[in-house]
Design a protein around this ligand. Structure first.
Ligand SMILES: *Cc1c(COP(=O)(O)O)cnc(C)c1O
Length: 235
């Protein structure tokens, strides 16, 4: 068994443990293999080990990698900050854009989706911990943006996403995951047209088990599958 295949098995076991602990069905949780900075060969290993969902954070890298897997059934997730001028390259290639945090970006996604004849599924990125260094809406601004986007024809809000603070102790992030879950429940009860709050994208290598205990439906695991990232090799 390759290291990647072993890592995926381990992550899946941990997902199962967290689900069991909280009485959740394992089918409710999608594992996204975050392959940013990693070579195509490693993605192939992960795919052979059963990974179907892949997450990337740069448009160019995402498009290059998709090219290599034209004939495979894989789901691609855009999880990084997205510039409006790059929306056109990915809008019909990804299953979900996790990182929408402005009406300007939403309008551009709607426009490019219309041109390509697709409906774009998106999540709103929320900076729950209000960290200066991070993208994302504050919790207070989410509902207004959801309402504005709900008027657009070619874009659907499917839920919320957060990147929790980096911490050695994952327990410290539980409060942020709980807050995001509560926000999604609050918005769901408003029954806004074209909006569902079925997806909660939260939890990364260090804290995905806690995130699942708090209701995550999509965990984004990079290091835990592919090992440490070497940014010195990336231009
Ligand atoms: C890189 C990245 C991840 C994966 O982080 P790991 O700690 O390596 O699991 C998850 N989500 C986003 C948005 C990322 O940019």
């Amino acid at each position: 068994m390759s290291t990647i295949s072993k890592n995926i098995s381990l992550v899946r076991e941990n997902i199962a443990t967290a689900c069991k602990k909280t009485g959740r069905n394992i089918e409710e949780v999608t594992l996204i293999a975050v392959s940013k900075t990693k070579p195509v060969d490693m993605l192939k290993d992960a795919f052979d080990a059963g990974a179907i969902d892949f997450g990337e954070n740069k448009v160019q890298e995402l498009c290059d990698k998709i090219e290599h897997f034209q004939n495979e059934h894989m789901n691609w997730h855009m999880i990084g900050h997205l510039q409006t001028n790059k929306v056109k390259y990915i809008v019909d290639k990804v299953c979900l854009i996790h990182s929408v945090d402005s009406i300007k970006l939403a309008l551009q996604i709607d426009k490019e989706a219309a041109k390509k004849g697709v409906i774009a599924n998106i999540l709103l990125e929320v900076n729950v911990a209000e960290e200066e260094s991070k993208f994302g809406l504050t919790c207070e601004n989410v509902e207004d943006l959801v309402k504005e986007i709900s008027k657009l024809s070619n874009i659907r809000v499917k839920g919320l996403m957060t990147v929790a603070p980096y911490t050695e102790n994952a327990e410290e992030n539980r409060v942020y995951f709980r807050k995001l879950k509560q926000l999604s429940v609050d918005i769901k009860t408003k029954n806004i047209d074209n909006v569902s709050m079925d997806i909660l994208s939260m939890g990364m290598t260090n804290d995905y088990m806690i995130a699942i205990e708090e209701g995550s439906t999509h965990v984004r695991v990079g290091t835990g599958i592919f090992g440490d990232r070497d940014y010195t090799k990336i231009s």
